[in-house]
Design a protein around this ligand. Structure first.
Ligand SMILES: NC(=O)c1ccc[n+]([C@@H]2O[C@H](COP(=O)([O-])OP(=O)(O)OC[C@H]3O[C@@H](n4cnc5c(N)ncnc54)[C@H](OP(=O)(O)O)[C@@H]3O)[C@@H](O)[C@H]2O)c1
Length: 297
């Protein structure tokens, strides 16, 4: 089991959402943490809440969409901490909307923050980790990595890219001491980009709490887990088995994404059972044969 105690950690997306919850869980286990995000005010607030753990806490204001700032972030943390043992690529943007309604700049920024920044930060910290023959890169992907959907195609592309890139590097760097974990949360309740919309995800899509995500990160580091899906039953099982399209399409994805302007209508419809049950919708979209095959196999 890998000890988190005393490790130097860089966490992006540390100013709000699930980042602070992940930081709290890791500080409790004795990690020194560099928190990165754009909002210095948000970072200060989170850093203040972590002071009680008496670990070293560093804040770095950075726009991860900008390559020069990414490089500055890594050099600043290496200079102040002397090491980065664990990198957690958590910062992300959701950029929801019909593809052609989104300005190209928004699509490009989503790619920069969700995919290119994790790749470049890893590129910059890897030489140090390889030299020490020790390190861990944790990527916060999403169930969307396994199942693209309308109005979130770019987001899904970045998360799928992140997951497969990490898997490739994991294979490439096996036996070097550098490890990779990818976390696939479903909709996260209480805080973060989904909770801000104030809607309840349909049951068939599932959800998870920020504490469950933070716990998954801790366990992934301690036990060197490669892929961890964090979601309620049964979606978790479907995602693991590569069949998440079935449940996601049945419950939500065929409809406008829950954070779109139709969100309330969708959620009310689900609550009033106006949307037919998952199996009926599965039949609508031709998934019944796949569903049967899954249970007969
Ligand atoms: N919430 C969910 O339901 C859910 C589900 C699955 C996966 N995820 C993933 O979990 C991660 C965290 O999501 P969240 O829900 O906590 O989101 P959030 O509440 O929107 O927080 C996003 C974090 O990323 C930072 N960030 C955004 N753009 C940045 C930029 N250009 N440069 C530097 N930092 C930037 C934000 O800080 P500043 O604004 O201060 O820069 C903030 O700290 C994301 O990767 C997301 O895709 C979330």
């Amino acid at each position: 089991m890998t000890q988190i105690n005393g490790k130097y950690l860089l966490l992006t997306g540390g100013s709000r959402g699930i980042g602070p919850v992940i930081a709290d869980a890791l500080a409790r286990r004795g990690a020194h943490i560099a928190l990165a995000a754009r909002s210095q005010e948000g970072l200060n607030r989170v850093a203040e809440s972590l002071r009680k753990f008496e670990m070293q806490i560093l804040t770095v204001s950075v726009d991860l969409a900008k390559p020069a700032e990414r490089r500055k972030l890594v050099s600043t943390v290496l200079e102040k901490f002397g090491a980065i043992d664990i990198l957690i690529n958590n910062a992300g943007l959701e950029s929801e909307g019909a593809y052609l309604d989104l300005p190209w700049e928004t699509i490009r920024e989503t790619l920069e923050v969700n995919l290119i920044a994790p790749m470049e930060l890893t590129y910059l910290v890897l030489p140090h980790m390889l030299e020490k023959k020790m390190g861990h890169i944790v990527n916060i992907a999403s169930v969307a990595a396994k199942c693209g959907g309308p109005y979130a195609a770019t987001y899904a592309a970045t998360k799928a890219g992140l997951a497969e890139w990490a898997y490739g590097l994991h294979l490439e760097l096996e036996n070097t001491g550098v490890r990779f974990s990818t976390i696939f949360p479903g909709y996260i309740t209480e805080v973060g980009m989904f909770a801000r919309f104030g809607v309840t995800p349909p049951r068939s899509v599932g959800s998870c709490t920020p504490a469950q995500v933070a716990n998954a990160v801790v366990k992934a580091i301690e036990h060197n887990s490669l892929d961890v899906v964090v979601n309620s039953f049964p979606t978790r099982v479907f995602v693991h088995s590569g069949n998440c399209h079935l449940l996601l399409e049945s419950g939500c994805i065929r409809h406008p994404a829950p954070w779109s302007s139709n969100a309330r209508k969708l959620v009310c419809s689900v609550r009033k059972r106006e949307i037919c049950c998952p199996i009926q919708r599965a039949a609508d979209v031709g998934y019944i044969p796949r569903f049967r095959a899954l249970f007969l196999a």
